[in-house]
Design a protein around this ligand. Sequence first.
Ligand SMILES: [Fe+2]
Length: 500
Amino acid sequence: MKLWSARRGLWNRLALIKFAQADVVDIPVPGADEAPVRAVPLSQRFPGIAIHHVLVGERIPTDEADARAQNFYRFLVRLGRIFGPNVPGLPSVVADRTAALADAYTAAHRRLFPVPELPVEFRAPDLGELAVASPYDGYLKATGPDTLEWDLRSLAAYDVHPGLVRLGVAVTFVQEDGRLRATAIESELGRCVPGDADWDRSVGLALCAATTHTSLVRHYNWVHLVPGTAFAIATRNDLPTDHPLKRLLWPHVFRTHFSNWVTTLGQLSAGGDFESIFSFTRESLLRLFDDTQASFDATVVDPERDAEARGVLGRGLDLPVLANSVALHEVMRAHAARYLHAYYPDDAALGRDTAVQRWYASLDRLIPNGAAALGDVSSIDAASRLIGSLIHLVSYQHEARGTLLWNYQMWTQVQPIRVYADGRREPVDVYQRLVNANFGLNIRRTPMLADYSYLALDERGRAAFRAYLSDLLALQTRLEGEPGALWKVYPEMLEANMNG
Ligand SMILES: [Fe+2]
């Protein structure tokens, strides 16, 4: 325990330094580093991380580089190897998670960022309600006129740390009077129905599977790495510095390569956050990234098309998280449309722009299974939808599948971070690491609500940037007038990009 206190003290201090010293980075006008950034396999860029099919930038462009921060992250990885934040054999976290949090989330943390709140939907957790009103809303899929499901069975193929239950889970929902009721859960714990002795544990396992998949796949692989890298590389390489589309997209891609480098190092290195917090063994974790690269379907990036593909629209279900996501998506699509109309008199003019065509060809090549599900650049309409979705990816989706989990993942009595076969709770070092990793996601970053008109080439672009800001502010006011919820994303919570 003495060894653990020393390690805990040191790693808490490092988490606090990282938080307190992070600067909000201003976005410079593009052009400082014009050399292309090639896409290379992650395992080539990070020799200790055997993920071979996910592509990342081969270098951090000089305009994104931050030598001090990069050295700090390198130091953390080296320190982690010799004096890491985990110690085997520690006792479990106390049953009262408010007390556990009071211990793990120290007064020094609280001076920098407020304590997490317990979502109302967690008070008497009901999967039927959480399926539409939580950060896990994207898992709901129709299977029949009155039946829907969560299908996370694929996670059963990944080995877990000794003593843990495997994560493959399927939940069956029945729709009655516009509401969902979970009627069965299938998992390694067997097939359970409400009232069974293992029902509550199965609900916990389903939430554990959902939050694990959200953090690893939906947030890290399906925002940062797979489409995020493609978006950043195509925009940097294929659009000249003084191209209007480069100026429109620049605030949303700048610092992607830096961010992905530091976060990959911290989360996926041996002994990193992901394998130390979540259930999967290292080998399984790395395989999960390659597998979900291959199965990536860009439809997931467009909230309306994704909901349509899942069959949840038009069946009388109240989908409040989707409504919030779509409200932001509409403002982003309108911004793209206004901006493109300012520079292109018609679709044919857009079609003649070879740089735009090259940009789309790169995007389509770099996104596994192609970008077509998001739109293309054959018309201003299609291009606006595509661009609006990409901005939504790096802002709304990055927030909703990442930072927002602050108010969810700490409550491991409802949503365990690991499920132990013998019913034990997770050890104190795992909980502490979960707290510090999520705390780090809340570091203040470049906001979406800012005037980026200085990036525009001329008055046409400036006017479009200002109109976007004013639309976002109007949406902020509208949302403030509606009931609040912890799953809700407000424009003022958004960051311009996913820089770490
Ligand atoms: Fe992130």
